[in-house]
Design a protein around this ligand. Structure first.
Ligand code: FE2
Length: 286
């Protein structure tokens, strides 16, 4: 945490940290690499002499298929990008946008003068848009992603997936509370002391939302995305995206909010830039 953010969060009552795996899935940021599908469930003892390859064995080995996993997107602030067959770039880009906006809203609530109604009104409009996109993102996960994984998950994985939905439910009231407080500041009214008290209360809620969402996103990226990569194929994911996300992304949801921007995120690799930011968000620049 930067000293600046530490100052912003000082004095804030923060929620209990969400359970995090001590040594989560190690982010893979390197080049795509072939995956060895050889069965290693019964390791060869060190004392066992290495068998000589017969011609038949060589033919079998040469016919063994290898799979190349996509190079996963890994953006600043992201906790993990578990390796696997499904390209989760859009998910990680959305998370990047959520982190960026929550961080900026927390700073704005801290520093905007309490009687600057015009700025509070602009912040309230932007907050409503962010909250709508975030709500749709969580709703899509709850309706499409977690149920698909729960059908395939073991008991340990189920606990993580059920935690995802519970964490979404914990974030929603915070978002609503921030919206109400922003609207009150935009409306003005009250004494100077009352407006300053309202601003200070909003700053606490914004910092809490920033921290709670950050913990949830890290949990999701580290553990839930690893489960997803174990159980879904790219075809599964394309179907889930179409059913759970794209059908909900109405014109308002994405036309005015973009998770990546020329100044807000690093450039994306290769064809990804032209594939989905433009398709999903109407963003063709940067
Ligand atoms: Fe997500």
């Amino acid at each position: 945490m930067t000293p600046h953010l530490t100052r912003q969060l000082s004095g804030v009552v923060c929620p209990t940290p969400l359970p995090m795996r001590a040594s989560g899935t190690r982010p893979h940021r390197g080049q795509a690499r072939p995956v060895d599908r050889t069965d290693r469930s019964t390791p060869t003892p060190a004392s066992t002499p290495t068998p000589t390859l017969t011609e038949e064995t060589r033919e079998t080995m040469s016919a063994t298929p290898t799979t190349t996993h996509p190079d996963q997107l890994f953006l600043p602030g992201q906790a993990a990008a578990p390796e696997g067959p499904v390209d989760m770039s859009m998910m990680y880009l959305m998370h990047h946008g959520f982190r960026r906006d929550l961080r900026r809203f927390a700073a704005a609530a801290e520093h905007t003068p309490a009687d600057d109604s015009a700025t509070w009104a602009a912040l309230a409009r932007r907050w409503d848009l962010l909250a709508e996109v975030l709500h749709h993102h969580h709703t899509g996960e709850d309706a499409g992603v977690w149920p698909a994984l729960l059908e395939r998950a073991d008991e340990h994985e189920r606990a993580t997936l059920e935690a995802m939905e519970a964490e979404h439910a914990g974030i929603d009231p915070l978002l609503r509370s921030c919206a109400e407080r922003l609207a009150a500041l935009a409306a003005g009214g009250g004494t100077g002391a009352e407006r300053e008290a309202a601003r200070a209360a909003l700053a606490v809620r914004m910092a809490e939302a920033n921290q709670l969402l950050g913990q949830h996103l890290a949990h999701e990226e580290t553990d839930a995305m690893a489960i997803l990569q174990r159980h879904l194929t790219p075809e599964d994911w394309d179907r889930i995206e179409a059913e759970a996300f794209e059908s909900q992304n109405g014109p308002r949801s994405c036309s005015g909010w973009c998770p990546g921007s020329p100044t807000g995120s690093p450039p994306l690799r290769g064809g990804r830039r032209s594939r989905w930011p433009a398709r999903r968000c109407g963003w063709s620049g940067g």
